[in-house]
Design a protein around this ligand. Structure first.
Ligand code: AMP
Ligand code: ZN
Length: 113
């Protein structure tokens, strides 16, 4: 997908601090961390947001969720962590490539809105 920031990060055209990679997904540190540990996990294929998840591409989302606990364990998030995906303007989505935030490293505030 042209002009997609996270597609460019996946392609290595824009640098990132990688924490996990395999053939289908990439995890890297958020450039503007909102918690002591703030990682983004993305599919390597372009999916715009949660609304664009279909029966045909949901497999990579399932794969992301099997890897998230392993990434969290590797980051020593033993006290727990939060997984967030912003979908659309009201949620504050700024990058139109599906991504899951992993936030942790402290007791997080409970406010969700
Ligand atoms: P969202 O607001 O849910 O769409 O999340 C987009 C996230 O991408 C934000 O938390 C940004 O800080 C993060 N971000 C933007 N550009 C970069 C970048 N070049 N490398 C790492 N994270 C980025
Ligand atoms: Zn993309």
């Amino acid at each position: 997908m042209e002009n997609c920031l996270f597609c460019k990060i996946v392609a290595g055209e824009i640098p990132s601090t990688k924490v996990y990679e395999d053939d289908r997904i990439l995890a890297f540190r958020d450039i503007n961390p909102q918690a002591p540990t703030h990682i983004l996990v993305v599919p390597k294929t372009h999916i715009a947001d949660c609304n664009a998840i279909t029966a045909d591409n949901a497999c990579v989302v399932a794969h992301i969720f099997t890897q998230i606990p392993k990434i969290a364990a590797a980051e020593n998030l033993t006290g727990g962590y939060r997984v967030v995906s912003n979908c659309g303007a009201d949620a504050g989505q700024t990058v139109q490539h599906l991504h899951f935030h992993i936030l942790g490293g402290k007791a997080l505030a409970l406010e969700m809105a």
